[in-house]
Design a binder for this molecule. Sequence first.
Ligand SMILES: [Zn+2]
Length: 285
Amino acid sequence: MIKTNFVPMEEVLKIAEDRGIAIGAFEFWSYEVARAIIECAQELDVPVILQCGRLEINRMGGMEETVMTAYMACKNATVPIALHLDHATTFEDCNEAVNAGFSSVMIDASALPYEQNVELTRKVARRAQPFGVTVEGELGRLVGEEGDIAVKGPESAQTDPEEALRYAEETKVDALAVSIGTAHGQYTFKPKLNIPRLDKIKEKVNLPIVLHGGSGTPEDQVREAIRHGIRKVNICTDIQVAMGKTYIETQKKQGFKYSCQNLWGPSVEAAKNVIREKMKMFALM
Ligand SMILES: [Zn+2]
């Protein structure tokens, strides 16, 4: 295991609970993006969660390479930082992340029948928690893409509050991702968060609640959800869109000359503008 200075995600979620805010979990896929996230967290003095899934990890060369990349980006930071594995679907991936030095893992077995979801999630929790690694589980499906599966349908896919209580007790997870009306990726419909359902889940389950599919969800709805107990919001697509669009526009500018700064500098600034705004929103600033 590589020496790191990441804190268990549970700890930053405790800070969120104490302050009645949410912590941003920002997807990174390179040193540059990780550094952009950390610089914004330092500027605003807020805890932050760096996260990535298999796709991003493979881009960085593997689990240990990812841990090193994140560590290099935040070794001088003073805000609490958790390193989280997003949307793992196998025990093996979670185990590898624990061994490599992640401080948190999400096991997403939400595509499986309830009993199998519990069994796999419990197995991951048994492995990870003794090492101080936080475990996030998911119950209910988000519309959009979850791995290879396209999830359709409205409220039928949302998290059932009674089942959430049973799931929390049976799996012993430290954080629970719920489905209350957001989607992964870019929206093809206007999202409407189901706040009454979130209230019912919060009444039953004494765990930090996680909102996936934060990108593109209207700000007023996100703020409302945080006031009703959401403690972690995942952001990925918004950063990619900002960077991608800026990258194209930058090269179209008259007199543009290629250099690493000319080509990538504006994209990183665009990413930071998005990240900063999200951090302020999540901290209810
Ligand atoms: Zn997600």
